[in-house]
Design a protein. Structure first.
Length: 369
């Protein structure tokens, strides 16, 4: 599940399983199901911009710096970049820099020779060598000490490493993607992060907005996370009812996707029916309901309308004719709503007949917000 991917640790073991030659539909941890990111992008302008950057920078060898609050999904975006690159069949190795003790940093990243220090009884190739030919994802890069930053800068600039205890540098061919939940520009001004390393990492910056700034993405994200949890928990929950979605969209969600995923896992375990209800949510969540950051009536109505239509479609197994009848809409009006609300994309041709002719979304919808 998503929370297991986002846990703070040096590696996401086993690192061999991170090779992207595997299916996108892995169910063991649910992580790869995110890589298309389609349900997260379709209704969020902010995430459309993120994924546009991913598509553009993915095929290049450029270094990327991903920034955003804890839990927004920085590793998911890093994986998406890797999959869009020429290295997609090679290893993707996530490393939590903040979890590596400073005294072991050089050895962990660059390896060591046997006898280099007390306890070094075997040769170790190090994480950079292990990721050679693929992508290394350096998470929490802002937690590196200044001395660690110097060694990392040398590895990025010269594309070679010097294992501890060795006098012969080794060439490494690895793409570097870094991430931080800190403002590294401010850290540079404060003297806690090297300016030269910052510029070396920040060739392309992708900032992921927090969920509270893209609340319209919460309903499809809820549906997606429930699908992942269904496979993990071996359940068949259909979704969250409208009242629950409205409550979830009003939460501050300071923990972002990680927090939302944990809330849904709790609710699914307590759910007795097909749909998660407010009563299934954690007690502290129900007691901590706050008003939405936006008081814009049009946006609030749009969010509610989208959630309600999605729920009706799910109840009728996505039979649009039956859904239109339940909603009191003509079939063409339903298709128009589906497009305007971002439930289907403008390129998709819908299989409906209106007046004896095939109905195209592009023909019946003026545009998407």
């Amino acid at each position: 599940m998503l929370s297991s991917v986002l846990n703070k640790k040096v590696l996401d073991p086993p690192f061999e399983a991170q090779s992207s030659g595997e299916s996108l539909d892995r169910d063991d941890e649910g992580t790869d199901s995110f890589f298309s990111l389609t349900p997260l992008v379709a209704c969020s302008n902010a995430m459309r911009e993120v994924m546009d950057l991913v598509r553009r920078v993915g095929p290049t060898p450029s270094t990327v710096l991903i920034t955003g609050e804890s839990g927004v999904g920085k590793e998911m975006v890093a994986r998406a970049i890797h999959r869009a690159s020429a290295l997609h069949n090679q290893i993707f190795l996530p490393v939590n820099c903040g979890a590596i003790p400073e005294t072991l940093l050089e050895s962990q990243l660059f390896g060591h020779r046997r006898g280099a220090f007390t306890g070094a009884v075997t040769h170790e190739e190090g994480l950079f060598r292990r990721a050679s030919g693929g992508t290394i994802f350096l998470d929490e890069i802002g937690d590196l000490s200044l001395s660690g930053q110097v060694k990392l800068l040398r590895a990025i600039e010269s594309k070679e490493i010097l294992p501890v205890g060795s006098s012969a540098p080794l060439q490494v061919d690895v793409r570097v993607i870094a991430a931080s939940n800190r403002n590294l520009h401010h850290a540079v001004d404060a003297g806690s992060f090297r300016e030269d390393l910052y510029h070396r990492l920040n060739v392309v910056n992708i900032e992921i907005p927090p969920l509270r700034e893209r609340r319209e993405a919460i309903p499809p994200l809820v549906e997606h996370l429930i699908g992942l949890q269904n496979r993990r928990l071996k359940m068949s929950v259909k979704g969250a009812d409208v009242a629950t979605l409205r409550l979830l969209m009003s939460l501050p969600l300071k923990g972002n996707v990680r927090e939302l995923d944990n809330i849904l896992e709790h609710a699914m375990i307590l759910s007795d029916g097909d749909w998660i209800t407010v009563g299934n949510l954690p007690r502290d969540v129900r007691q901590d309901v706050v008003c939405s950051d936006s008081d814009n009536l049009r946006q609030a109505l749009r969010i509610y309308e989208r959630a309600h239509i999605r729920q009706v479609l799910s109840q009728v197994e996505h039979n649009k004719a039956v859904a239109a009848k339940r909603l009191g809409l003509s079939l063409s009006s339903l298709y128009r709503k589906l497009y305007e609300l971002g439930i289907i994309s403008s390129e998709k041709q819908v299989a409906g007949e209106v007046g004896g002719r095939s109905l195209s979304v592009a023909a019946c919808a003026p545009g998407c917000d």
